[in-house]
Design a protein around this ligand. Structure first.
Ligand code: GLN
Length: 486
């Protein structure tokens, strides 16, 4: 689909109505969805109603914002009042939230048109969207391959042109990694920049909501809309939100020079040579654009993955205790005691990966092991963070690959959870440190599958991050390629 700005122009010039734009998106979904399966639920009626309201405003001569009338997909772990929110889990199969998440409320208020709720790994736990209890989403670039995860539905929907932008959530890479595998832009903001109110919790100290889009400008526009302090989220930051899109410039020439640091530990073993080549070429391009390139070392980057797999499951085990068949969600019918009701409900409602995480987390938090595992992991988390702090004393933005490989075949890694966990090697440290990261398309492999470059910013420096991503994007053509879906 066209970009936010293009559609906005068409709307205010009355070349197209919001209803027409919504209908185009709905038709596109009907055409490609049987192949891609990005959406768990389509909300066509809701979308047309939102669009009609935008058209009424335009007809009345009222000013509309950039997001008014823009079709978007929302990951199905964000609560939408009156619209089923399943988290791709059987345990929430019939959950219709009585309240709206802050991000979706902001988008509604801005006149955005939600076309559907997108597929994900159950409770956002996974890297391929294959952990969804309902369906497998296909990568639009090769339908036999995965779109990445856990926001695979949101990434595939944007790549397949089913919506202009979408929202994903990222705990250890779930926006950036699927963006990389689907050839789109995906931004995880600084922890606390975007409200988590109404986002179904996975690992609360890591979860962040962010945009997926075909262009950096669209991501910038969406971020300005969803960011900002929210009294309903205790970890939400009280900061001024700039108009990120206004700050974008086509080059990186700055007074004093913009310094970009290449994380040396992310190149080498385990990295697909074709990904390495593409990211190295992209770094040369950043230099062409005026950036000063430095090599930096983050020696404790590699401890990120094991640290995450203690912290995230620990938090998940506590967060998921609420699904007990009593409060809300699934309850299995026949049980002879309270305990058997709990266990039967949870056995039937959760999938294998979620159960694995609950067990890992419960173990790491238990009295005898807390110090050895959870407490230790928290300390290592600080060390990972310190490596970034040291690097940011020397440079403004860091760069590395987003994922070690391009999209793999569906089913290829489902039997081997460790190989699946390894996919987030480069995104997880950024999450542990609470930093912003963005994945931008930077090439294709020999099979025509997209490759992503990850840019990492200092705390709350989304402005700088988006500027680097934008200058790079504008000087290349990767983002203009579309998957051969027809
Ligand atoms: N793939 C990672 C996991 O399975 C990250 C998921 C996420 O960011 N939500 O936990």
């Amino acid at each position: 689909m066209a970009s936010i700005r293009e559609l906005h122009k068409q709307l205010i010039r009355k070349e197209k109505s919001a209803v027409e734009i919504a209908q185009e998106a709905i038709e596109r979904i009907q055409t490609v969805e049987p192949k891609v399966h990005s959406f768990l639920c389509m909300t066509a009626e809701h979308a047309l109603e939102q669009a009609r309201q935008v058209d009424a405003k335009i007809a009345a001569g009222e000013e509309i914002g950039l997001l008014a009338g823009i079709p978007m997909g929302i990951k199905d772990n964000m609560c939408t009042k009156g619209i089923r929110t399943t988290c791709a889990s059987r345990i929430l199969e019939n959950f219709v939230p009585p309240y709206e998440s802050t991000v979706t409320q902001k988008l509604k208020d801005a006149g955005a048109v939600m076309v559907g709720k997108t597929n994900l790994d159950e409770f956002a736990m996974g890297s391929s969207t294959e952990n969804s209890a309902y369906q497998v989403t296909c990568n639009p670039w090769d339908l036999s391959r995965v779109p990445g995860g856990s926001s695979g539905g949101s990434a595939a929907a944007v790549a397949a042109g089913e919506c202009v932008v979408s929202l994903g959530s990222d705990t250890g890479g779930s926006i950036r990694q699927p963006a990389s595998l689907c050839g789109v832009v995906g931004l995880k903001p600084t922890y606390g920049l975007v409200s988590r109110y109404g986002l179904v919790a996975f690992a609360s100290s890591l979860d962040q909501i962010g945009p997926l889009s075909t262009t950096v400008e669209d991501a910038a526009i969406l971020l300005s809309e969803i960011a900002g302090h929210d009294p309903k989220d205790a970890t939400s930051l009280k900061v001024e939100i700039p108009d990120y899109a206004k700050l974008l410039k086509p080059d990186l020439k700055r007074k004093g020079g913009l310094k970009i640091g290449v994380i040396q530990e992310t190149f080498g073993q385990g990295l697909d040579p074709v990904v390495e080549q593409a990211v190295k070429a992209a770094i040369e391009q950043l230099q062409e654009l005026g950036a000063e390139i430095h090599v930096v070392s983050c020696p404790r980057f590699r401890y990120g993955l094991p640290t995450y797999y203690i912290i995230a499951p620990s938090e998940a085990s506590a967060n998921l205790a609420r699904y007990d068949g009593v409060r809300y969600g699934l309850r299995t019918a026949e049980s002879d005691s309270l305990l058997s009701m709990y266990t039967k409900t949870r056995a039937a409602g959760f999938g294998a990966e979620v159960k694995r995480r609950i067990m890992l987390g419960t173990y790491a938090l238990s009295a005898g092991y807390y110090d050895a595992y959870y407490l230790k992991a928290q300390k290592v988390r600080t060390l990972v963070k310190q490596d970034f702090e040291t690097a940011f004393k020397k440079v403004d933005v860091l760069v590395c690959p987003t994922a070690p490989t391009t999209a793999f075949k569906a089913g290829e890694k489902t039997e081997d959870p460790l190989s699946m966990y390894l996919l987030d090697l480069m995104t997880i440290p950024v999450s542990l440190a609470g930093l912003p990261g963005i994945s931008v398309p930077c090439g294709f492999d020999q099979r025509g599958l997209p490759i992503g470059m990850q840019l990492i910013g200092n705390v709350l420096r989304e402005d700088q991050l988006l500027q680097v991503a934008y200058a790079y994007e504008q000087s290349t053509k990767w983002h203009l390629s579309k998957p051969p879906l027809e």
